[in-house]
Design a protein around this ligand. Structure first.
Ligand code: AKB
Length: 318
């Protein structure tokens, strides 16, 4: 079997995607690409390579050396870090993606998959049930790089016949590896603080509503899209993907149901403006129709599962 190369593999998504890929395709068939964070636990048990995606030669070398057939490109600077360092976001997100696209084209990669984000939308986009095809005028550098990434993916498909696939992730909530530098990170941090301190200060307003997804659904979506028949896909790098939408207040309330006495206060910072520019809910009918997308978790089921797993994890770490 040709190998799968995952960039940004020790990040929030990669650290949960890699074990699933290894389960399905075999440990030695999945190569982890890491920037600075080393794999831990089970993740360390399998091939990995240090790889800064801004270094095209290194990507070429890995693809050639391992006989890579598919690339899942996860390396990215997220929205909040991107607003604090737009130059870095441009460099990593644009140069990194361009390198991956070029290597994929030159070395006849069979499939290239990378996430886009709800950050492609902006203040002018309809907020409710945001359609797949709509106004893409983001106000963050992260969003700008994601729109360009979608357009490039569609271009490489049309122009060079490269099988590029991508989905617009909402905020992703998970307990194994914390996210880093995103606007939706409050929806993960709140669970940690609820367990540790029974209180949390949230950096967006209580009425801030955003589309979110639990990690098992996010992994399933990526793997299902990767396996979908190309002939069924009318979109390529830009599938809307929805699961649930809730306000920060509703999230706190769902935690309170499980941890009585938990309190949440709200002190919005610069991330509020980013959150306000994004949709409240997503129309993902294209993904449902073209490759059978269907999420499993709602807010209540996610909160129960998050708290159960996170409590165990934090106990083990003590
Ligand atoms: C972020 O908040 O930047 C990310 C995203 C929605 O893409 N989680």
């Amino acid at each position: 079997m040709k190998k799968i190369f995952v960039t940004g593999a020790t990040g929030q998504i990669g650290s949960e995607l890699v074990p699933e890929l290894r389960k399905k395709y075999g440990r030695d068939n999945v190569i982890m690409g890491l920037f600075d964070k080393q794999p831990e636990g089970d993740l360390a048990d399998g091939p990995s390579e240090k790889c800064d995606v801004r270094d095209k030669k290194k990507i070429e070398e890995i693809v050639r050396e391992y006989g890579v057939g598919s690339i899942i490109h996860l390396s990215s600077i997220l929205s909040a870090t991107g607003e604090q360092n737009p130059q870095l976001a441009f460099d990593v997100n644009m140069k990194g993606l361009y390198n991956v696209l070029e290597v994929s084209k030159e070395q006849s990669i069979e499939k290239l998959i990378y996430p886009s984000s709800i950050a492609v939308f902006g203040p002018d986009t309809p907020k409710e049930n945001t359609p797949n095809e709509t106004i893409l005028r983001p106000s963050t550098m992260y969003g700008i790089t994601k729109v360009a990434g979608e357009l490039l993916g569609n271009y490489y498909f049309e122009k060079f016949g490269l099988d590029v696939r991508g989905l617009r992730y909402p905020g992703i909530i998970s307990w194994k590896t914390p996210p880093g530098g995103g606007t939706t990170d409050y929806a993960v941090a709140i669970y940690y603080e609820a367990i540790k301190q029974k209180k949390y200060t949230c950096f967006v307003r209580e009425d801030t509503m955003l589309p979110m997804m639990y990690m098992p659904d996010a992994i399933k979506a990526l793997m299902d899209l990767a396996e979908a028949k190309l002939g069924n896909l009318k979109h390529h790098a830009d599938y809307n993907l929805g699961a649930m939408s809730f306000t920060a207040g509703e999230l706190a309330e769902s935690i309170k149901q499980e941890i009585p006495g938990f309190t949440c206060t709200y002190e919005p910072d610069f991330r509020q403006k980013i959150a306000d520019s994004w949709p409240k809910s997503i129309d993902d009918s294209a993904a449902r129709k073209e490759w059978g997308w269907k999420p499993e978790y709602d807010l209540t089921a996610m909160t129960k599962d998050m708290l159960k797993n996170l409590k165990e994890k934090l106990k083990e770490e003590k």
